[in-house]
Design a protein around this ligand. Structure first.
Ligand code: PLZ
Length: 448
């Protein structure tokens, strides 16, 4: 092994997939045996490989195999693995101060992150933020804040949504399994309304919005609802892009009825779709936005950002936590924002779409089992539907995923029925890497 990532991290930028052992290799198998003995079985293992190094869009495992990474740690590594500026910011901050608890003794990076989020989230109005540790915690806090602001209790979400694994957010997920089964009682006062999904039901934005609103008005009552929590593009649900006008109609309805509109941008936010936040594509200005994943460039941090009057509704001490807005994670966020500006990473996300979408459409022409190609920016997906039965073809998604793994590409499945492959590469992935990965998927489909 002469050219491992550890020796020359930046050499990985244009690297190809490279498989040099069987998958999983011997070191990964060894780690897996230890994992099975030490790690709870409740934590799943999508891939049987173990990471040693990663840079930009390449992940190298402990056996020296190199993978083109379409997972980005589920949409976290938007600006690329081990981005030099993030690594530098983290190491600088580590030697200054690693923890105080912001509510005990403040520090500048926390304030900088809140300023940057206010600046880059949609809406030209006064905004404030609170920083927490995970996407689920951000969603929990958005709900708390909306309840306190409105004095109402009920929470509305959409079919096929995903919001986390805490007790409240598990209740907000569409899929009961694996997130809720056996873990109850889950939080109450959560109402699931039909979503917009043009590919699945052909409804226009106006028709889908009417269906959602009618359900909530009849089954819950608009005056009972504190907040409506919506992913602008549903992530785990399979990169479902709502029909035109749908989200706008929901925002208008919320505002006419005193309901706080929360955009869950944990997966779609921070440059992923070619804008800072995906809400921008739909011309909406949410009252609150949750962000996590991509904002930290690999460091754990999340936020709720929104209208200052709503964010200030909580009494002092009502929001927070020991590690929320940790100084090292906050320093990473500041570096991520400056990298996005400096290297034009919004344009890079659009470039990913420009290369990947036509390649996926060409793949669809060859393989009619691909029923839909959709998404925005570096958040694209293909959906497999059996050409004879018309049923979701999860077996095809799984088979392509496994073939791709064996040939050096990491791809995640998604969707309520598991029949979708989603692509969440770092936006710095090269065109060659994108096309190499598509060629491997082509071989996989041909081999079926
Ligand atoms: N909201 C829209 O996508 C996390 C889940 C991975 P956390 N999605 C990946 C898994 O299997 O746990 C997500 C999301 C949206 C909230 C969350 C939750 O974010 O940081 O995982 O808590």
């Amino acid at each position: 092994m002469t050219d491992t990532l550890s020796q020359a991290p930046s050499s990985a930028t244009g690297a190809s997939a490279r498989i040099i052992t069987e998958i999983p290799g011997p070191r990964s198998r060894e780690l897996h045996e230890r994992r099975v003995k030490a790690v709870s079985a409740g934590v799943s293992a999508t891939f049987p490989i173990y990471a040693a190094h990663a840079h930009d869009a390449i992940l190298e495992d402990v056996d020296g195999n190199r993978f083109i990474d379409f997972t980005g740690g589920i949409g976290v590594m938007t600006i690329g693995h081990t981005n030099e500026a993030v690594v530098q910011a983290v190491s600088d901050q580590v030697s200054k101060v690693t923890h105080t608890l912001f509510a005990v003794a403040g520090y500048e990076p926390y304030i900088q992150v809140c300023e940057l989020l206010a600046q880059h989230t949609p809406g030209n109005f006064a905004k404030k933020s609170v920083l927490v540790n995970s996407g689920a915690e951000a969603v929990e806090n958005a709900v708390k804040i909306a309840r306190k602001f409105t004095g109402r209790t009920e929470v509305a979400v959409l079919h096929h949504g995903y919001h986390g694994r805490t007790n409240l957010t598990s209740a907000m997920n569409y899929n009961m399994h694996p997130y809720g089964t056996g873990f109850g009682p889950l939080a109450g006062s959560v109402h699931h309304a039909p979503n917009s999904s043009p590919f699945h039901n052909g409804l226009s934005g106006a028709q889908a919005a009417e269906r959602t609103i009618t359900y909530l008005e009849k089954r819950v009552g608009a005056s009972q609802i504190a907040c409506l929590v919506v992913e602008p593009i549903q992530g785990e649900g399979g990169f479902i892009v709502p029909a035109e006008g749908y989200l706008q109609a929901l925002v208008e309805w919320c505002h006419a009825n005193g309901i706080v509109y929360v955009s869950d941008e944990v997966q779609s936010g921070m440059a992923r779709t070619g804008t800072y936040f995906a809400s921008e594509h739909f011309g909406i200005e949410p009252d609150l936005i949750t962000s996590a994943k991509g904002i930290g460039g690999g460091m754990p941090i999340a936020a709720v950002t929104g209208r200052a009057d709503i964010m200030d509704a909580s009494h002092p001490g009502g929001l927070g936590g020991t590690f929320g807005g940790n100084p090292v994670s906050s320093a990473a966020v500041v570096a991520v924002f400056s990298q996005v500006e400096k290297h034009g990473l919004l344009a890079e996300a659009r470039r990913v779409e420009k290369t990947l979408r036509p390649a996926l459409l060409a793949l669809q022409k060859k393989h009619p089992v691909i029923a839909d190609v959709r998404g925005i920016g570096a958040m694209l997906a293909i959906e497999f539907v059996d050409t004879v039965s018309g049923k979701p073809a999860a077996d095809v998604a799984k088979a392509v995923q496994t073939y791709a793994l064996d040939h050096g590409v990491l791809i995640l499945t998604a969707g309520t029925f598991g029949n979708i492959l989603r692509f969440l590469p770092p936006v710095v992935i090269t065109d060659d890497q994108l096309l190499e990965a598509v060629a491997i998927m082509d071989d996989a489909l041909a081999a079926l």
